[in-house]
Design a protein around this ligand. Structure first.
Ligand code: MOS
Length: 692
């Protein structure tokens, strides 16, 4: 199937994650014309009855191209940068408070630098894969997706068919980090190919195709200027950010948000521009925008600390934001000060000689660096169904997905807690578009959004059973008020008279019921943020009750640098996180360890290199695109959570941890490399050639 015989597809009328409302419907509709916009664009699908035959047949295809001028070099085309139509995940494209020019002129110390980060790819272990099965007008899709509703809606519009005729499953996703938020072209290709051959089609992206089919982390350029008083107080901050987009789509993310929101500085100016190039469209990759912006900001602060001869932790404390610096709202909770203190103590900050290149161990130079970070607490409407069964177990369903971070487990825990039922008696099911809808699984919002829905659905189902018992003279709970009933171990018990009560099962059976069901849509409380979420993949923090709701981290890294070979090893890393209540300490710790690992990759290894003669990535494979393996990761990743009691964020008090796990890791390592070597590397990754 090529553009010559592929069916016509319709454009969608809603934005994909990462697209501004005005950019909705943009993006590539596959096989609709004969123009190749970037190297790696799909130009045909070959279907065969075995994988080997399909692969061989694809190699027999000969393509003739008329050459046209293309542009792929980001840094060389900065002058072509344009203003995006959307916003930066709810933040304005350009922001300004106070008078930066005047404040800079008055500052005693100024630091002005440019920080750059290479193109990165998500590289989940499991490649993008879709199975499409038609049964008459019914289409079933099995997909690696972070949002089954988005796949269903996208396919329904592109194929001009009712959503009710499409069912999408995504039961297990082998890693994603943002690359499966959008419904990318290969999914609709699988669907139309299956319709064409009248048989189910399985389409799996090769590792090489993974570099040009599911987005990537755009390279970034950040020009930052800081002005401070002699005592370290920030007087002015300026951040000009640049990213890539494709020629046929618009990409934005919150690159400058950390500069806008992190410190109590009265004069701040930020701007953001994108450079359209002949590349695939970028996509959200873990902490999209914030992770790169934080590298720039926290590196500049480290440079400022050295200019001022002030301790880097102390510099951050002197600029600590007691209120949200943009909105002047109170924080619903903020444990960042405790994060700094705990992290400093765990890494041994007190024994650090601040002088660069002053610490060593044998032939190795030792450096200790730190950075702070924040990410908005995101929450969107989500729904869940809870069913308490007469066998004393419960089934809870929601169409969310699990990409390895433990949704199955944490939702089971939340349901178990709400029902007072042992976890092994609760089955949590997900990943089916026929189940109650949820927002995208991204932006660290799953526990806050879906978890709240699961919690509330369980409480409603439980409440229905309680009210059956209250009205039933045969029940030991007859006449009790709901607040006087507690649950535990599958029982409902009187709070007033310990030991008096009965099981869920007994109540259901006596009433001749097989189950009690409740479906709940859970929304953020009053006063939702009027700003529409659009760019950046994921959205912005809700501001209900006039609180600013944010997640915080302090990252401390200890590196060992070989002065002759330029090789950097992260020997220790300490992550201290303030993210409200932690639902499952085991999967939460694992999330942070994963984020630190990815941060080591960002700081020291990850870089997709393009040959601009052909616009082609030259290292589109896991042999030459280096992600950290076990040997690159210190055994000593110390994760600590500062438990914040936050009653404002959501019924669970949990804020989310997926993105904060990465934010601040790379700058902590880069700052440690400077401390070890006296060399300030402003271009990630810090490969050994840059240190020699
Ligand atoms: Mo993520 S980049 O919020 O999947």
């Amino acid at each position: 199937m090529t553009h010559l015989n592929a069916p016509r597809l319709r454009r969608t009328d809603f934005p994909q994650p990462g697209q501004a409302p005005k950019a909705k419907g943009l993006g590539l509709l596959p096989l609709q014309d004969d123009i190749v916009r970037y190297c790696g664009q799909h130009i045909g699908v070959v279907v065969a009855d075995t994988f080997e035959r399909a692969t061989h047949a694809a190699q027999l295809i000969r393509v003739q191209y008329d050459e046209q001028q293309s542009k792929t070099d980001f840094a060389a085309n900065l002058s072509r940068a344009i203003e995006p139509s959307g916003d930066l995940a709810g933040q304005p494209v350009d922001s300004r408070r106070g008078d930066v020019q005047r404040a800079l002129a008055a500052a005693t110390v100024r630091v002005e630098q440019t920080y750059t980060i290479a193109t990165e790819h998500h590289n989940p272990m499991a490649p993008g894969a879709t199975v499409a099965v038609w049964d008459g007008p019914q289409l079933t899709i099995y997909d690696a997706s972070q949002w089954v509703q988005n796949v269903r809606r996208t396919l329904a519009q592109m194929l001009a068919m009712p959503e009710a005729n499409i069912r999408v499953f995504s039961k297990f996703v082998g890693g994603a980090f943002g690359c499966y938020l959008r419904a990318w072209p290969h999914i609709v290709l699988a669907a139309v190919a299956a319709r064409y051959v009248k048989r189910p089609v399985k389409l799996v992206l090769t590792r090489e195709q993974m570099y040009t089919s599911v987005g990537f982390r755009t390279p970034t350029i950040s020009r930052i200027t800081l002005g401070a008083a002699r005592d370290g107080r920030l007087l002015a901050m300026k951040h000009e950010g640049f990213e890539q987009t494709s020629t046929f789509d618009e990409w934005t993310e919150a690159l400058t948000r950390p500069t806008q929101t992190t410190y109590a500085c009265p004069n701040v100016e930020t701007s953001f521009r994108i450079v359209p190039l002949n590349v695939h469209t970028p996509s959200a990759m873990r902490a999209p925008g914030e992770s790169q912006g934080t590298f720039a900001l926290e590196s500049t602060l480290d440079e400022l600390a050295y200019e001022l001869k002030l301790d880097p932790v102390e510099l951050r404390l002197r600029n600590y934001a007691e209120r949200d610096p943009q909105t002047n709202e109170r924080f619903s909770s903020k444990a960042l000060r405790e994060c700094y203190r705990e992290g400093a103590s765990r890494i041994g900050w007190g024994k650090r000689n601040p002088e660069p290149r002053s610490m060593s161990e044998g032939r190795y130079l030792i450096g200790i660096g730190m950075a702070g970070g924040m990410y908005p607490m995101l929450r969107r409407p989500a729904s869940a169904t809870a069913r308490i069964l007469s066998d004393g177990s419960a089934v809870v369903q929601s169409s969310t997905i699990d990409m390895g971070m433990g949704t199955y487990t944490s939702m089971t825990i939340i349901a178990s807690d709400a029902l007072g039922l042992a976890p092994e008696r609760v089955r949590f099911q997900l990943g089916d578009s026929a189940m109650p809808p949820t927002p995208l699984t991204g932006g660290s919002m799953t526990v806050a959004s879906v978890g709240s829905a699961v919690h509330e659905a369980c409480l409603v189902a439980r409440g229905k059973i309680v009210s059956l018992a209250q009205r039933d003279s045969r029940s030991p709970l007859f006449g009790l008020r709901e607040e006087d009933v507690v649950s535990g171990d599958g029982h409902l018990l009187s709070k007033i008279e310990p030991g008096r009560g009965e099981t869920y099962a007994a109540i259901l059976l006596r009433n001749g019921l097989k189950e009690m069901e409740a479906t709940v849509e859970s929304k953020a409380a009053a006063n939702p943020d009027p700003r529409t979420p659009s760019g950046g993949g994921t959205g912005q923090g809700p501001r209900q009750e006039n609180f600013s709701m944010q997640i915080f981290a302090a990252q401390f890294a200890l590196v060992r640098v070989d002065p002759e070979l330029g090789e950097v090893r992260v020997a220790r890393h300490v992550s201290v996180i303030g993210a409200g209540r932690i639902i499952n300490p085991k999967t939460a710790r694992s999330q942070i360890v994963g984020g630190v690992t990815q941060g080591i990759g960002m700081a020291l290894m990850e870089e997709t290199v393009m040959d601009h003669r052909f616009g082609r990535y030259v290292n589109a494979n896991l042999g030459e695109y280096h992600v950290p393996v076990n040997a690159d990761v210190p055994t000593d990743i110390d994760v600590h959570f500062i438990e914040e009691q936050d009653t404002h964020v959501n019924p669970l008090g949990a804020k989310g941890i997926g993105e904060i796990a990465l934010i601040g890791v790379a700058p902590a390592i880069a700052n440690a490399v400077y401390h070890a070597t006296g060399k300030r590397i402003r271009d990630l990754p810090i490969t050994l050639d840059k240190l020699l």
